[in-house]
Design a protein around this ligand. Structure first.
Ligand SMILES: Nc1ncnc2c1ncn2[C@@H]1O[C@H](COP(=O)(O)OP(=O)(O)O)[C@@H](O)[C@H]1O
Ligand SMILES: [Mg+2]
Length: 367
């Protein structure tokens, strides 16, 4: 017997998918609706995609199942109104199990027995993510080039300015006037340092077989030494991970920058988790790898401020007083040098930086 109230069960029990048997085998997620927009049937692909059991949702109104999504009922209305097939791209759907999915949906009006509408769903999260990553990669490269050129252009005249101020200082008739030349020299030095930071990392990585957990243990002890007692750093390691070929010093620097940000955001109290896992079949910078190391740095601090969330990897973007805004830019450059990627997902109480570092066939050395 169906798992819904008696009336509904009576009404829908006889809607068998016999006429739709072929749909059971489709890879596309299909959902059938009745005249009053209740779910008559869904195929196994739809059960899979939405993590729903056909038994539980048959007979339920569509709106009840995908509660807060406005766009889906609208697509359904449009199809009914025009009596023609209607496709809505990019709908965010929350399922009862709290899964959020990005899908495109085609609604086709039909009249087959009780069935009035066929809904086909395609998950677009994956395609969107790849397109976004490719766009980001191009943009990052352009940004980096622009900054590099700008920094070079500023450094040269800056050297001249500083030198001239020094010469002038020797010629000054009164030592009291040195106060002014000192301002020029100090400010020139400050700018010089900033430009140097923009130009890093200039040296190539020194590659060797590296155990990711040794990297993390170094970061952990360095951080704990400079961190208030209220902050815990928990390890969640997959110790079976193979070694990777990398520059351990560069990895330490990259992870340290991320962990430091987490510590600074938490104001003395909270937990950071360092998690390692194996990731399979990943595409990084357009190249496909059979295996990669996935490293996550998770904190339960307040999250990244909304205003800067989309641009934290850009140089000079900082959300804190006295910040240089270079920490994540540098971390990203270092990880990119290892053909890896960094992504960030943040909301209050949960910020997660995910690093993927590829293990190529001849590079993944099993211990
Ligand atoms: N785990 C985190 N929690 C909250 N905010 C963060 C976190 N990581 C980074 N941020 C934000 O991103 C900004 C940029 O970080 P970063 O590039 O390291 O520069 P800086 O630390 O010098 O400000 C930080 O100032 C902070 O506002
Ligand atoms: Mg920082």
């Amino acid at each position: 017997m169906l798992d819904c109230d008696e009336d509904i069960a009576q009404e829908y029990y006889f809607v068998t998918p016999n006429a739709f048997t072929g749909l059971e085998h489709l890879a596309t997620a299909v959902l059938l609706l009745n005249q009053d927009l209740r779910i008559a049937w869904l195929n196994p692909s739809a059960e899979n995609l939405f993590k729903l059991s056909s038994k539980h949702v048959t007979g339920m109104p569509l709106k009840q199942v995908f509660g807060d999504a406005e766009t889906l009922p609208k697509a359904v209305e449009s199809a009914l109104l025009t009596n023609a097939s209607f496709t809505e791209h990019e709908i965010m759907l929350s399922t009862p199990g709290n899964h959020t999915l990005s899908v495109s949906c085609t609604v086709t009006p039909v009249e087959i027995g009780e069935i009035r509408l066929i809904l086909e769903f395609h998950q677009i999260d994956k395609q969107l993510k790849i397109a976004r990553e490719e766009r980001m990669l191009v943009q990052q490269q352009a940004n980096r080039e622009l900054l590099r050129n700008l920094a070079h252009e500023i450094k040269n005249p800056l050297g001249g300015l500083r030198g001239a101020a020094q010469l002038l200082e020797h010629e000054l008739p009164r030592t009291g006037l040195r106060e002014y030349t000192q301002v020029i020299i100090q400010e020139a030095d400050r700018l010089q340092k900033l430009m140097d930071r923009l130009l890093t990392p200039s040296h190539l990585p020194h590659l060797r077989a590296t155990n990711i957990h040794e990297v993390l243990e170094r970061v952990r002890s360095l951080t704990l030494a400079e961190t208030p007692r209220g902050i815990r750093i928990r390890r969640d390691y997959d110790t079976s991970l193979p070694e990777l070929i990398a520059d351990p010093e560069q990895l330490i620097q990259a992870v340290l920058n991320i962990v430091r940000n987490a510590v600074q955001s938490m104001q003395g109290k909270g937990e950071i988790i360092l998690r390692t896992r194996i990731a399979r079949q990943v595409t990084l910078a357009k190249k496909r790898y059979r295996k990669a190391i996935q490293l996550q740095i998770i904190d339960n601090g307040p999250g990244i401020p909304d205003e800067i969330r989309e641009k934290i990897f850009y140089p000079l973007v900082s959300g804190r007083e006295g910040g240089s805004g270079m920490g994540l830019t540098l971390a990203q450059a270092l990880i990119n040098q290892h053909q890896g990627t960094i992504e960030c997902d943040s909301r209050p109480g949960h910020t997660c930086f995910t690093l993927l570092l590829p293990l190529t066939n001849n590079e993944g050395v099993h211990k």
